[in-house]
Design a protein. Structure first.
Length: 135
């Protein structure tokens, strides 16, 4: 639940250079989150909180956690300042795992154009290097 995530968030200390972490994400009192806030919330707060909440739940929760971690892997690789062939291959494997998980776990969810575009990012990383150099 969001309340459990907010409670977990209050126990997390992040470096000052990271910027502020969104408080009460997902609530109307927080308002719209910016891209950096989403990234911090997902890659730090949700990783900690969902592992804590879902690690000992039934198989579906474990599959959703594994799928979420594949997504976090994608985000982390895409934001690296340096990349090698191994990281690009890891991205490619992770996007296939993530999209396969979306299709398996969420039958009603149709893949979107952004999902398709994400499949091409590994080729772009290979041709142009880290996203930071061409975004």
């Amino acid at each position: 639940t969001l309340r459990a995530i907010w409670n977990d968030q209050s126990t997390i200390t992040t470096p000052t250079w990271l910027g502020r972490m969104p408080k009460f994400a997902g609530s109307t009192q927080h308002g719209k989150m910016k891209a950096d806030e989403w990234r911090s919330f997902c890659t730090i707060t949700l990783v900690y909180s969902l592992i804590k909440q879902w690690h000992d739940k039934d198989v579906r929760f474990q599959q959703m956690l594994s799928n979420f971690m594949a997504l976090i892997t994608l985000v982390n690789i895409a934001h690296q300042r340096t990349l090698d062939a191994g990281a690009i291959l890891h991205y490619r494997e992770s996007i296939i795992k993530y999209l396969g998980g979306v299709k398996t776990l969420f039958l009603e969810q149709q893949l979107l154009p952004n999902h398709h575009a994400a499949l091409h990012l590994s080729s772009m990383l290979q041709m142009f290097g880290p996203v930071i150099s061409w975004r």
